[in-house]
Ligand binder design. Structure first.
Ligand code: MV4
Length: 482
């Protein structure tokens, strides 16, 4: 038997009673808080949930061994409230904090405060978070570390003249991006020279308002690329491996709707090339923990570094399905100071996984649809995983991200995974609120999706063809809340 793909069990060798971490605080809510607690339980680690006033009835609070209310509903006063979270960690005497995604997950300041308080931050070193948070610096560091990047400005733009000179050199179309940005905020696509001045100004104003940093830079704009990201795991001793890629091109206004692994278009050679490049760069930089290197892939299958995410991501589950690795377990083990314990050759990618994000939203207008869930049924059966924090009778609060569940399927081939997703979504019942389940069912039947013919423009075309009642926007103009 070939057990290579059970590489994720290397962390199991350490008995719970000899683990470094006895208790972890989860500084998050929703499905990811539940997901982290599930792994902690399997590792024999006690858990402390924190929650806002309106999250008392969330499943993460029930799953945890202990729980504390850290503030009122607005996240600025609860899930982003560093003093409340740190004092809870002190009172409950935890060894480490897992930040999940969003909220404080990519706050270098929070990571630093944790370390200063002798609480291990389950994530990369604070300086890595800071480096990757500055997109101009990240571009420079990754270029030096050997990753291909699109032609662009090596520094933030300081004047329109300088911007024009650079843009002419790069060649139109170009894209103006916020140095402190990411996720699409403070971005402008510029197709002609005449548009550049205004784009620099509006992008900078938007960035200053969103990030308190108005600096912007310019890059060559790729038309309808694929968004492909490489999951990496690195330990604190310089070992690093990749877990293959995720295809994340299907998104609307920079919110991903569904993700899959592997990408329908990557050859094994290109996967190795992108994976090895990501790993080499992480090793050079001294990265540690789980991380994701995001690339844009053009029509000629050339790839370019875009950003690096220093957190666990929503879509990590598709990678877990095709590798059998538990990424949260590995994050925790690495933070405990354990060596990775397995090599690239110990990892296999088996079959195909698809994840559909189920949001409490009107599937035609994408308007939020919070409220009470009056009937609830989850799909099961072979190859189906559901990560959720809601249940029958639960009231989805209006204050946070609208994602209430993730349905992840795994099957031998992409075609079988699509069939499996359809039957899973068909069996899923959520009444009392509107959800994006009907939208996902339509995508599963879309000929282009079924052919794997997708790019970051897929949803615009899909929504136009399906007569969606949503306002169209220039890609890159409107951005989500998180
Ligand atoms: C780009 C691009 C094309 N060319 N950069 C969007 C989010 C932010 N992280 C960067 N983004 C893009 N950067 C260059 N040089 C296209 C996008 C983009 C995009 C990227 C990934 C997934 C969806 C997207 C939707 C629109 C634009």
């Amino acid at each position: 038997m070939d057990f290579r793909h059970w590489a994720s069990d290397y962390g199991q060798k350490m008995k719970p009673e000899t683990r470094k971490f006895k208790k972890i605080l989860i500084a998050n809510r929703g499905e990811i808080a539940c997901r982290i607690i599930w792994t902690c339980k399997e590792m024999g680690i006690r858990t402390v949930a924190v929650h806002s006033d309106v999250d008392r009835d969330s499943l993460h609070v029930r799953y945890a061994d202990e729980a504390a209310c850290i503030g009122p509903a607005p996240s600025a006063q609860s899930y982003l409230n560093i003093p409340a979270i740190i004092s809870t960690a002190e009172i409950f005497n935890v060894d480490a904090i897992h930040p999940g995604y969003g909220f404080l997950a990519e706050s270098s300041k929070f990571a630093e405060i944790c370390e200063a308080c002798n609480i291990k931050f389950i994530g990369p070193p604070a300086k890595m978070i800071r480096l990757m948070g500055d997109k101009v610096e990240a571009r420079r560091a990754m270029t030096e570390a050997g990753l291909p990047v699109l032609p662009g400005s090596p520094e933030p733009i300081t004047s329109e003249d300088e911007g024009m000179r650079l843009a002419r050199e790069i060649g139109f179309p170009v894209i103006v991006k916020a140095s402190a940005g990411g996720g699409g905020r403070g971005m402008r696509i510029v197709r002609t020279e005449g548009e550049l001045g205004k784009a620099l100004e509006t992008a900078s104003t938007e960035a200053a308002a969103a990030f308190k940093d108005g600096s912007v830079y310019i890059e060559r704009y790729l038309e309808a690329p694929r968004h492909i990201e490489i999951q990496v795991l690195a330990d604190e001793y310089g070992e690093c491996i990749h877990l293959g890629e995720r295809e994340c091109s299907i998104q609307r206004r920079h919110q991903k709707l569904l993700e899959e692994a592997p990408s329908p278009v990557l050859s094994p050679e290109l996967r190795n090339q992108m994976g090895d490049a990501a790993v080499a760069a992480c090793k050079k930089l001294g990265y540690a923990s789980a991380g994701t290197v995001e690339f844009l892939l053009d029509k000629d299958n050339k790839f370019y570094f875009m950003e690096m995410n220093t957190r666990i991501q929503v879509e990590h589950a598709v990678t877990e399905m095709v590798t059998l690795a538990d990424i949260v377990r590995n994050q925790i083990r690495i933070a405990e100071g354990e060596p990775l314990g397995f090599t690239q050759n110990d990892l296999l990618i088996v079959g195909h996984a698809i994840e559909c994000r189920i949001n409490a939203e009107n599937p035609e207008t994408f308007a939020p649809s919070p409220g009470k869930i009056t009937a609830f049924n989850l799909p099961g059966g072979p190859g189906v995983r559901v990560d959720t924090y809601v249940y029958s009778g639960y009231s989805v609060p209006p204050f946070y991200d609208s994602m209430i569940a993730k349905v992840i399927v795994h099957a031998r081939t992409r075609e079988l995974a699509i069939a499996r997703m359809k039957r899973a979504l068909d069996a899923m019942v959520i009444e009392g609120i509107k959800t994006t389940i009907p939208l996902h069912l339509k995508i599963m039947d879309d000929p282009k999706f079924r052919a794997g013919d997708i790019s970051t423009s897929f949803m615009e075309h899909f929504l136009t063809q399906n007569g969606a009642k949503v306002a169209k926007t220039q890609a890159g103009v409107v951005a989500p809340a998180t």
